[in-house]
Design a protein around this ligand. Structure first.
Ligand SMILES: Cc1cc2nc3c(=O)[nH]c(=O)nc-3n(C[C@H](O)[C@H](O)[C@H](O)COP(=O)(O)OP(=O)(O)OC[C@H]3O[C@@H](n4cnc5c(N)ncnc54)[C@H](O)[C@@H]3O)c2cc1C
Ligand SMILES: Cc1cc2nc3c(=O)[nH]c(=O)nc-3n(C[C@H](O)[C@H](O)[C@H](O)COP(=O)(O)O)c2cc1C
Length: 593
């Protein structure tokens, strides 16, 4: 098979130029390419210009890039680092911690780690084994290994970047040499991560021999095809798509204790695309009343343009430790400083929001001072609930409304209530695409799938079934769905019934926790149906779990362990080992939050 000579992303052109050139080059014949090469060489010779190499020849130095990622940010940073490494004369290989072990680490010369923190200071699920091995007494010495760690996290969490911090300390304790200082980055990490990667690779790069004759251009043909696959989505948090809301409806019945919004976005931008299993990021706007409250607290309430700026672009709810630290520094207030002592911050921040600090410890601030302590408003992710093949130009989301009361105030989730209360059909919102390579339908449409989800966790399965209908997939499918109440909370009930009638959905088992005196959850149904679940697994079924991590996914995980243990006639360890095997084979995938 002949392949097209596509230019790699490392070619010395802008991404747009590479795209343009590739469109032309991919259609050329070998004769045309020879002619072009001869033409340019002859042209430069006629101008008296010697051909310049794009990249000077350098000794190639091995680099191991390791990432621990749940929702793909570290994975993307690792892939970008691999591409950048080539320019630095580094021969980089990228490993998911899920596929790495201590032997790999021990024989590495240079290691760059991208590590995310999840749960409450935990490693991403797929990185848990690697992390445990690294922290264990059995971890090998790493003398002679040069390393650098970038941690991703969210300052909203008490254990900010705990995993990256722990890995960095452990690599040093095992004898490794820190090649660059660790950085701990918040949700707006893109620019700082790019700068850190560039600086770190520069430190790890081999020294160029000035005398070396630089006529060799290193072009990694083996990786160019993959580089194209790795393309970042066109719409990102920094460059979102403005899409129109074409439908916005609360799916819960009027007697429900829940509020779950089905939202349809539409665009005529043909470049907008996603795959089932991906998430769509929504950049919300703050409630102007809350921003006004905040501005009043700092004596800036008459500034309308500042209100608009903060409404659209700054986080006014997250009460992080970093915020309190910055506010203490800015105001010099001893009582704010005291909040950082002992467990005072934990006690104060529980169930409070940012505005409470400004109201409890009021100080007059200038606009610049205020903006200086606020962080950018982060987008919120939602599992896409549609197939773009079934709904061209559309993305459907299922958004649970977040409302609660604390310290005498009614509080609202920023994004969910922005949609529920401050957006109408016909208005627009800002979206981006967050690919999730670890929550994908099987490539073979004949493979059976078992989908487990509670509440909004059912969202991606609507997209899965639509996609399977569109692609003519023949494999069996089974949905386990849980919510509180049959009458009010059976999300997409009619659609599931239609899919069952049409044969697109083979089985559905539901668990409504509050319809009877004893609580029944999806894991209860899973256990009841374990005989058939096991038969489906024997037939090669892929298992999916989506939704709330603490409230559902942990219990489903434990139930799956028990089901597998029983069928193996073993104990929980045997069940756990089998579940790990399924995870490694890509047959157990989770999208939990
Ligand atoms: C990969 C991924 C996929 C997701 N998919 C979906 C999806 O399909 N559907 C969906 O609805 N959500 C989904 N989420 C969650 C979603 O991203 C948002 O976190 C959620 O909608 C809340 O956002 P918000 O802006 O409305 O609330 P925020 O303003 O972010 O407020 C939420 C915060 O408020 C606080 N809080 C909430 N309730 C209470 C309470 N009762 N008492 C005290 N404090 C409270 C908590 O600190 C909580 O973290 C997903 C998340 C991820 C990471
Ligand atoms: C459910 C959940 C729990 C999280 N827990 C933490 C945490 O304890 N500490 C932290 O610093 N960040 C936490 N984060 C933020 C992630 O680390 C952050 O989003 C990171 O960019 C994810 O990187 P990844 O996409 O590579 O997994 C959490 C995020 C989610 C959605």
């Amino acid at each position: 098979m002949t392949s097209s000579p596509l230019l790699p992303k490392t070619a010395p052109f802008s991404p747009e130029e590479i795209d343009l050139l590739n469109r032309v080059v991919s259609r050329t014949t070998p004769q045309q390419r020879s002619w072009l090469a001869g033409f340019f060489a002859g042209f430069e010779a006629a101008q008296g210009v010697a051909a310049q190499p794009a990249v000077a020849a350098k000794p190639r130095v091995p680099l191991t890039i390791l990432y621990g990622s749940e929702s793909g940010n570290c994975e993307t940073l690792a892939a970008k680092a691999k591409k950048a490494a080539q320019k630095h004369g580094l021969d980089a290989k990228v490993y998911d911690m899920a596929d790495a072990d201590m032997a790999l680490l021990a024989k590495a010369k240079n290691v760059v780690v991208y590590a995310a923190t999840w749960g409450e200071g935990d490693p991403p699920a797929r990185a848990a084994d690697f992390y445990a091995a690294l922290m264990s007494d059995a971890a090998p010495r790493l003398d002679g290994v040069r390393f650098a760690v970038l941690s991703l996290g969210d300052t909203a969490y008490a254990q900010f970047c705990a995993v990256g911090k722990a890995i960095d300390a452990r690599l040093e304790a095992l004898g490794g040499t820190r090649a660059a200082d660790r950085v701990d980055l918040d949700l707006d990490f893109a620019k700082q991560a790019a700068a850190w990667t560039e600086g770190t690779l520069g430190k790890l790069a081999p020294v160029v021999d000035a005398a070396a004759n630089g006529t060799v251009v290193h072009v990694d043909f083996s990786s160019s095809a993959q580089a194209l696959d790795d393309d970042e989505p066109l719409f990102t948090a920094d460059d979102p798509l403005e899409a129109e809301i074409s439908e916005l409806v609360n799916l819960n019945g009027s007697g429900s204790s829940r509020e779950t919004w089905h939202v349809e976005f539409a665009t005529d931008n043909l470049a907008f695309t996603y795959q089932p299993g991906d998430a769509i990021g929504l950049i919300p706007e703050n409630d102007p009343a809350l921003v006004d409250q905040l501005l009043s607290a700092v004596g800036l309430s008459s500034d309308a343009s500042l209100l608009l700026k903060i409404q659209k672009g700054f986080d006014v709810t997250t009460l992080s430790r970093a915020l309190v630290e910055n506010y203490a520094k800015l105001t010099g207030r001893a009582d704010v400083k005291k909040l950082l002592e002992g467990d005072a911050y934990t006690k104060f921040s529980f169930d409070r929001q940012l505005v409470d600090v400004f109201e409890s410890y009021p100080e007059k601030l200038t606009a610049d001072q205020l903006l200086g302590v606020l962080r950018p408003l982060p987008g919120r992710l939602y599992s896409v609930a549609s197939s773009i093949k079934a709904h061209p130009g559309e993305a459907h989301l299922l958004v649970g409304g977040v409302r609660w009361a604390s310290h005498g105030k009614a509080r609202n989730g920023v994004a969910s209530i922005y949609l529920a209360e401050r957006r109408k059909v016909g208005q627009t919102a800002r979206l981006y695409v967050k690919p999730n390579r670890h929550f994908r339908l099987p490539t073979d449409g004949n493979t059976p799938i078992i989908m487990i989800g509670a509440g909004t966790g059912v969202a991606p399965y609507r997209g899965f079934i639509e996609e399977r209908i569109e692609t003519g997939a023949k494999g069996k499918s089974w949905l386990f769905f849980g919510e509180r109440n049959f009458t009010n909370d059976f999300l997409y009930q009619l659609e599931w019934q239609d899919h069952i009638a049409a044969g697109a959905l083979t089985n559905i088992d539901v668990a409504f926790s509050r319809d009877q005196p004893e609580k029944i959850y999806v894991q209860s149904r899973l256990w009841e149906r374990r005989g058939d679940v096991q038969k489906w697994l024997d037939d090669g079924a892929h298992l999916y779990v989506c939704g709330d991590e603490k409230g559902m996914a942990k219990d489903v995980d434990a139930t799956l362990v028990k089901i597998l243990a029983e069928s193996l006639k073993g104990d929980d360890d045997a069940g756990r080992a089998k579940l790990k095997e399924l995870t490694k084979a890509g047959r157990y995938q989770r999208d939990v939050y």
